[in-house]
Write a protein that binds this ligand. Structure first.
Ligand SMILES: Cc1cc2nc3c(=O)[nH]c(=O)nc-3n(C[C@H](O)[C@H](O)[C@H](O)COP(=O)(O)O)c2cc1C
Length: 188
């Protein structure tokens, strides 16, 4: 099974996750930043990693997702919000909705990633009625995000992708077998 891992990363968080996933998927996998990613035609399973931007995939990944058709796909992402938040779930859902026709979403993984300190400084200057106004709760979340992705995140991502690879492989083998059975038909 040929696996393609494509990632988009501004400050390195998503790249770390992509490299950890690549390290466990073995010789069947290729790893590319989204800027130089090849077409997906030659691959069976495509893993796409992005950083969350305004509640969805970053712009470059949005464009890439639209080019994927008829593949087994998994998404992974990093974000400033907590990974078990509604915002995290919605961000994955919004990204998945951009996929082209005929794909099967095999699974997802998301974890926190440190937020660019320049963005936090910008937030600190926003007026009180702005949605990004810095509260003590938000400062706490930024502090937590600054520790991620950590070793535990990377190991969890690896375990998720080892499992997904097995599941996808079983599904593709099953599909091939049912195609062969279908084409032979039953003897009279
Ligand atoms: C312009 C910008 C927009 C962002 N928007 C969101 C967002 O909507 N939700 C969120 O949880 N994090 C958001 N973040 C935080 C990033 O998704 C997070 O820090 C991510 O781990 C960055 O990944 P990278 O290091 O691979 O670029 C934003 C960061 C930037 C710079």
């Amino acid at each position: 099974m040929k696996i393609l891992i494509v990632y988009s990363s501004l400050t390195g968080n998503t790249r770390k996750v992509a490299e950890a996933v690549y390290a466990v998927l073995g010789s069947e996998a290729d790893l590319f930043p989204v800027e130089t990613a090849p077409p997906v035609d030659a691959y069976d399973f495509v893993a796409v990693g992005f950083w969350v931007d305004k509640g969805t995939a970053d712009h470059k990944t949005q464009e890439y997702l639209k080019t994927i058709r008829g593949k087994e796909v998994a998404l992974f992402a990093t974000l400033g919000a907590y990974p078990d938040s509604e915002h995290a779930a919605a961000s994955l859902k919004n990204a998945a909705a951009l996929l082209g026709d005929g794909n099967h979403l095999a699974g997802t993984f998301i974890c926190q990633g440190k937020i660019d300190p320049r963005l936090i400084e910008q937030f600190k200057k926003t007026p009180g009625n702005h949605p990004h106004v810095v509260t003590s709760e938000r400062l706490e979340r930024y502090k937590e995000a600054a520790k991620h992705p950590d070793d535990n995140d990377l190991q969890t991502a690896q375990a998720v992708f080892v499992r997904l690879k097995e599941e996808v492989s079983r599904r593709l083998t099953g599909l091939q077998e049912s195609e062969v059975a279908g084409s032979c038909g039953k003897p009279d």
